[in-house]
Design a protein. Structure first.
Length: 146
C-alpha cells in the first residue's frame, strides 16, 4: 500500500478515536500523521516518515498536552466529595485526631472529620474549612477569625 494512503488512513483513524473518546488521547498522533504524510509526498524513505511521525507526535504530547488538559478541564464541575474541598463546615462532634473522633456538617450532610493539624482539638460549634478528603473523612482546619 502507498505510504501516503497509510498516513491518511491513520490520520482519519486517530481523529475518529479522538472524536469518540473526547479525552485528548490520540489527537497528538493525528498531528504526527500530517508531517509524515508530507514527508511521504516528498518521497522520503518509510523509515524517515516513521521517525517524523514519532518525533512530532511525542513533541506534541509532551509540550502541548499539559496546556490542553488545563484548558480542556477548566470548566469541569467537581462532583461528589471532591466538591467539598475549600467549603465551610460546622463541627457537630469534637474533632480530636488522638482519640480518632469528630464530625462536621457540610450543606446539611454529616461527615467524619479529622484535624489537618495533629494535637489540636476542635470544639463543637467551631467553623472549619475542608482542606482535603482522606477516604471517607474530611480533613478540616479551624478558621482563623480576624
Amino acid at each position: 500500500m502507498e505510504p501516503t494512503i497509510v498516513w491518511l488512513v491513520l490520520l482519519i483513524v486517530f481523529i475518529g478515536i479522538e472524536i469518540l473518546t473526547l479525552g485528548l488521547t490520540t489527537i497528538w498522533f493525528a498531528g504526527g500523521c500530517v508531517p509524515a504524510f508530507i514527508a511521504a509526498l516528498c518521497g522520503a524513505p518509510v523509515l524517515v516518515q516513521i521517525l517524523v511521525f514519532l518525533t512530532v507526535s511525542l513533541i506534541l504530547l509532551f509540550f502541548t498536552r499539559p496546556v490542553a488538559v488545563k484548558y480542556f478541564n477548566r470548566d469541569r464541575i467537581k462532583t461528589n466529595a471532591e466538591s467539598l474541598v475549600g467549603r465551610t463546615a460546622i463541627v457537630i462532634s469534637e474533632v480530636d485526631n488522638l482519640e480518632g473522633i469528630g464530625q462536621v456538617t457540610v450543606s446539611g450532610q454529616e461527615w467524619s472529620a479529622r484535624s489537618a493539624v495533629d494535637g489540636i482539638r476542635i470544639p463543637i460549634g467551631a467553623v472549619v474549612t475542608v482542606r482535603a478528603i482522606n477516604g471517607v473523612k474530611l480533613i478540616v482546619e479551624e478558621r482563623k477569625e480576624g
